[in-house]
Design a protein around this ligand. Structure first.
Ligand SMILES: *Cc1c(COP(=O)(O)O)cnc(C)c1O
Length: 394
């Protein structure tokens, strides 16, 4: 079949550039120690930053959620799939994020990918003269949301406030939307949110903040990047994901109730999909209890200590650690092949770290993406540090 031959040729091209990706089938829950092919690995590659993905209290809440609500929602939210569990979760999320927003309301989504598509297309819906200003290192879902909104889209260079200011000043759009990751997924650094918000308020622009990696991990109470920077504004549209630090799945948008009502009425990625199982929303309420309580605070403090231990311990000459203070600690290697060879060498020694290549990161900056979790011990990190220091010298 000629159609298949074309696909095979394309795949061979990926293979030739060391760009073929492989999935590994994990036999145990997401935790620092995972079993793959019967072998136990010490993993530094999940986004389970607080170590909640296999927490007994959440597992229990999930069981209880299934008993209360069954397994499936059965329909989209606007049909009959909107369960009391979703309502309660949304109320909790709105209260949790209220210190940072004005007239806060929250909306739960099946995934962060869909939440981002919904926010960007939803904010664009009321005005044909919309322009989107997107940070260059934004997550793929934000880029796709921009494309789907079929409006003018301009990309500003990473953390370049002067470039964004210039774009906002020269824009003739009557509906401006600035979109940024709060914590950059592949670099671990933070966006300059206070300065971005000041620019947005000055130019009457929305500021969409995707805090997939900050929600639960940043801020005294785990409210994420907005709490970390102490921000509050009606211009903020906040996206938090719930499959990373929160340990379950899905995502939410928190914003002024008028924004949320607009998404409910008009955002196709919200409307035309079956609601997530209510049991997830039920388990997520237990997750919020942990995040916002003493245990969450302890887990965040432990995570910060692990980050410091890693950064203090690594001694590189050729590779470099990126300037990140978050749980994402990428080590830039450069070439794809070298990066994947190192990832394989670590794997051989029982340590699982993801190798990240283009197009996820720019060409020539392939990296090992080390992620830490509050589930790790200081001994785990010591083992990683020692192994990496040795590998670099070889
Ligand atoms: C993971 C991630 C998403 C997508 O969230 P999912 O719930 O996994 O779909 C969106 N934005 C960023 C920055 C992410 O890292």
């Amino acid at each position: 079949m000629e159609l298949l031959a074309k696909l095979e040729q394309h795949l061979q091209g990926l293979h030739d550039q060391s760009l073929i990706r492989k999935r590994r089938s994990v036999e145990t829950p997401c935790a620092p120690r995972m079993t793959v092919d019967g072998r136990e690995l010490l993993a530094f590659c999940s986004n389970d930053y607080l170590g909640l993905a296999a927490h007994p209290r959440l597992a229990e809440a999930m069981h209880q959620g299934v008993q209360l609500y069954g397994t499936g929602s059965g329909a989209a939210h606007l049909v009959s799939g909107h369960s009391r569990a979703h309502t309660l979760l949304e109320q909790r999320l709105a209260e949790f994020m209220a210190p940072h927003l004005v007239a806060a309301q929250a909306l739960y989504f099946c995934t962060g990918y869909m939440a981002n598509l919904a926010v960007i297309t939803g904010l664009a819906v009321g005005d044909k003269n919309t322009e989107i200003f997107s940070e260059s290192l934004n997550h793929a879902s934000l880029i796709d949301g921009g494309r789907l909104s079929r409006t003018s889209l301009r990309v500003y260079p990473h953390a370049d406030l002067a470039a964004l200011r210039e774009m906002l000043e020269t824009s003739t759009a009557t509906n401006k939307i600035v979109v940024t990751d709060a914590v950059f997924s592949m670099d671990g650094d933070l966006a300059p949110l206070p300065e971005l918000l000041a620019l947005c308020e000055q130019h009457q622009a929305w500021l969409v903040v995707d805090d997939a990696h900050g929600f639960g991990t940043l801020g005294e109470n785990g409210r994420g990047a907005l709490e970390h920077f102490g921000l509050r504004s009606p211009y903020l549209v906040y996206v938090g994901t719930l499959g990373k630090a929160a340990g379950v799945g899905g995502a939410f948008v928190a914003a002024h109730r008028t924004v949320i009502e607009t998404l409910i009425q008009r955002a196709r990625p919200y409307i035309f999909t079956t609601a997530a199982p209510p049991a997830l929303a039920h388990a997520l309420q237990a997750s919020l209890d942990i995040i916002s309580g003493d245990e969450g605070r302890e887990r965040r403090a432990h995570l910060r200590a692990l980050v410091a231990q890693l950064r203090d311990g690594l001694r590189f000459e050729r590779w470099h650690l990126m300037p990140s203070q978050t749980a994402i600690q990428p080590i830039v290697i450069g070439e794809n092949e070298e990066t994947m060879r190192l990832a394989a060498a670590l794997y051989e020694q029982g340590i699982w770290v993801g190798g990240i290549r283009p197009p996820t990161v720019p060409a020539g900056t392939a990296r090992l993406r080390v992620t830490l979790s509050a589930g790790h011990s200081h001994d785990d990190v010591a083992r990683l540090v020692e192994t990496l220091n040795k590998l670099e010298r070889n």
